[in-house]
Design a protein around this ligand. Sequence first.
Ligand SMILES: [Zn+2]
Length: 141
Amino acid sequence: MLSTSCQKEQVVLVDTTIQPYFDLFEKEGEARGRTIDLSAEGIQGILTTLEEGNVQGQCAVNNTTGIKTIRVDQTFWNTASNLEKEFLIFHELGHCYLDRRHLDETDSRGNCNSMMYTGNNVCKMRYTSSTRSTYLDELFQ
Ligand SMILES: [Zn+2]
């Protein structure tokens, strides 16, 4: 039997379909003057079944180990577009990595000022190829 009892290095678990969005988060952050190394932070990303009704993702923190895991609903992930996946992962990394809380401020037309909005239509969120860079500027500010 092979013993791994001396193995101290922590294995960071990130689903291979989530990893590209982690990489993109680092890249977009770097383009805005941030140095981000998610694997050094040990942030995990897994696909699972989230029981709560319409929750698509969450940043879960293990109370004992302090390990942060982004949990993504498998059913959502199966049908989401690239932008929808990016929005979800970036929002959750906003919590898990940037330590941001929800922000529901709007402009005069009722559009969300931040992708860290609570959800559930508290403001109008249109995350598209034309609005995304403005939202990313706000996220990494
Ligand atoms: Zn949130």
